[in-house]
Design a protein around this ligand. Structure first.
Ligand code: NAG
Ligand code: NAG
Ligand code: NAG
Ligand code: NAG
Ligand code: NAG
Ligand code: NAG
Ligand code: NAG
Length: 446
């Protein structure tokens, strides 16, 4: 491993010169103490940079950058990908599972996104994937993780300065939206880290989860999974969730919300559905220790490779040159608990803030088979956003998303806000409808 200590030396030097001991302490404590630890190994023949950004005494954030195979990579966008807080980490699911250059059997993926885009995979929050928190007593919440992500991005540009002028999109999956929005606001305010920050792309985001849930009873009944009585039970559940949120009992609301899969499957009339992918058939005793079903869906898709953690620990970690004691995803439960007090709080105002006060574009796509972030529930907040361009957004016509004469979904696009309905996809659109998502990216980016 090669240690590159950046920024720190300059600051220490300057501050010593000025003789300002207190200032040194403050500077070191606040923004600038990070170092980049480059990993020397790699997986396969495709060029990449894997590294940890280390926040001394606090933790390490893992990132993995793949330059695009398209000509003139610097003229192509950088896609920063953040996976969900409750889900499966970026370094496995986005990279090997969905659209990186190699699949989970280490075969080259012909339609990898690196054919068109530079990919920056980041394991966040600290405590998930290969990223770790040193502070076992207090894991970082959303704002602290957004600060770590900001410095991680800075550390990426320290190593790959040549991409500073390339356009940048921050993309998130599921509840990764909570990190993505916080990072977007900080990055925009900071100004100088990327020279061409273009926008945010949110897949099945968790922005106003209790509100989205108000449509769940309707959604499940219309699909025939429950009857009128089941719908009443679901609506009772969602009313409780909403009243906990409204009375600001956010931790209780989170605990209630995360029991949703169990509740729907046990108390609404003998359904056995995976809420992450509503058409997946479950057995009656499928795992209920899974927040919203993503994990069990992923494991059912990657049958040949169900032990994700051991694949990452025994195949990927040694190939990258990590120590052989590394644990993959070993602190996730503690990492999730750090979000208990913020997770259920609606963050529609952050979306509005980005629309009102920046020049970035906000792009949202939603798979129609996701019951938790169900599309009718998402439109409850999207159609009511308050910002100057909303009338234009609502007035623009809904159009079909077509590829090779097949309809992959629908979209409504205004200049700053775009929404994509994706067909035949649950919570994980890139996994379920890879053609549809590539059309979406193409529309957003080109
Ligand atoms: C790999 O990336 C490095 C730095 O980004 C570049 O200098 C080198 O030419 C690349 N190699 C290949 C084979 O693309
Ligand atoms: C980025 O653009 C600025 C201004 O146009 C230029 O001075 C700088 O050299 C560019 N940097 C890179 C890495 O291309
Ligand atoms: C829903 O809540 C109401 C009021 O608390 C209760 O009377 C009703 O039995 C509940 N319905 C179901 C199906 O649980
Ligand atoms: C489901 O649970 C029952 C009893 O708890 C057990 O006998 C059965 O083997 C389980 N089935 C599967 C597929 O795990
Ligand atoms: C954001 O923009 C609105 C006008 O759209 C303005 O009233 C408000 O003060 C701005 N807020 C911030 C934090 O800049
Ligand atoms: C955005 O601006 C609209 C007015 O155009 C205002 O009603 C709304 O409260 C603003 N939202 C935020 C979060 O700034
Ligand atoms: C709504 O769209 C129509 C045509 O598509 C256009 O003529 C009209 O000006 C639009 N109104 C607003 C408020 O954007």
């Amino acid at each position: 491993m090669k240690n590159i200590t950046l920024v720190l030396l300059v600051i220490v030097g300057l501050a010593l010169g000025a003789g300002l001991g207190a200032l040194i302490w403050w500077l070191i404590r606040s923004k600038n103490l990070y170092e980049t630890i480059l990993l020397e190994g790699r997986v396969g023949d495709v060029n990449s940079t894997a590294a940890f950004t280390r926040f001394r005494g606090q933790g390490d954030m893992f990132w993995w950058f793949y330059p695009t195979l398209a000509p003139s990579p610097m003229t192509r966008p950088v896609i920063l990908w953040l996976h969900g807080i409750t889900g499966t980490s970026t370094s496995f699911l986005a990279n090997f599972g969905m659209f990186g250059p190699y699949d989970e059997n280490l075969n080259r993926r012909a339609d990898s996104w690196i054919n068109n885009y530079n990919l920056l995979f980041v394991d966040a929050p600290l405590g998930t994937g290969f990223s770790t928190s040193d502070n076992k007593a207090k894991f970082p919440g959303v704002d602290e993780n957004a600060d770590y992500l900001l410095r991680t991005l800075q550390s990426f540009y320290d190593i790959h300065e040549e991409y500073k002028n390339s356009s940048l999109y921050i993309c998130s999956q599921g509840d990764g939206s909570q990190l993505a929005l916080a990072l977007t606001i900080k990055l925009y305010e900071k100004g100088s880290i990327s020279n061409d920050f273009k926008g945010i792309i949110l897949g099945n985001p968790v922005i106003s989860p209790a509100l989205a849930l108000t449509k769940l009873g309707f959604y499940l009944e219309e699909l025939g999974y429950i009857d009128g009585r089941g719908r009443e039970a679901v609506e009772n559940f969602t009313k409780i969730t909403n009243s906990l949120v409204q009375s600001n009992q956010l931790e209780n609301a989170f605990d209630h919300f995360t029991s949703l899969g169990y509740f729907v499957n046990e108390n609404t009339g003998a359904t056995a559905v995976n809420l992450a992918h509503i058409v997946e058939k479950l057995t009656r005793n499928s795992s209920t220790q899974d927040y919203f079903g993503e994990r069990s869906y992923v494991e059912s898709v990657f049958r040949s490779n169900t032990n994700i953690n051991s694949f990452m620990e025994t195949v990927v970690a040694p190939a990258l040159g990590m120590s052989d004691t590394v644990k993959y995803d070993g602190q996730r439960d503690a990492a999730i608990r750090a979000f208990r007090s913020s997770y259920m709080k609606p963050i529609v105002d952050k979306v509005e803030h980005i629309l009102n006060n920046t020049t970035l574009t906000v792009n949202i796509y939603n798979g129609n088979l996701d019951a938790v972030s169900n599309t009718p529930g998402q439109l409850e907040w999207i159609n009511k956003l308050s910002w100057f361009g909303q009338a234009e957004f609502l007035n623009s016509s809904r159009t079909t998303l077509v590829f090779n004469r097949l309809i992959e979904g629908y979209f409504r696009e205004a200049e700053r806000l775009r929404f994509y309905w994706i067909n035949v996809a649950g919570q994980l659109v890139p996994l379920d409808n890879p053609v549809g998502i590539r059309r979406v990216l193409n529309r957003i980016i080109n």
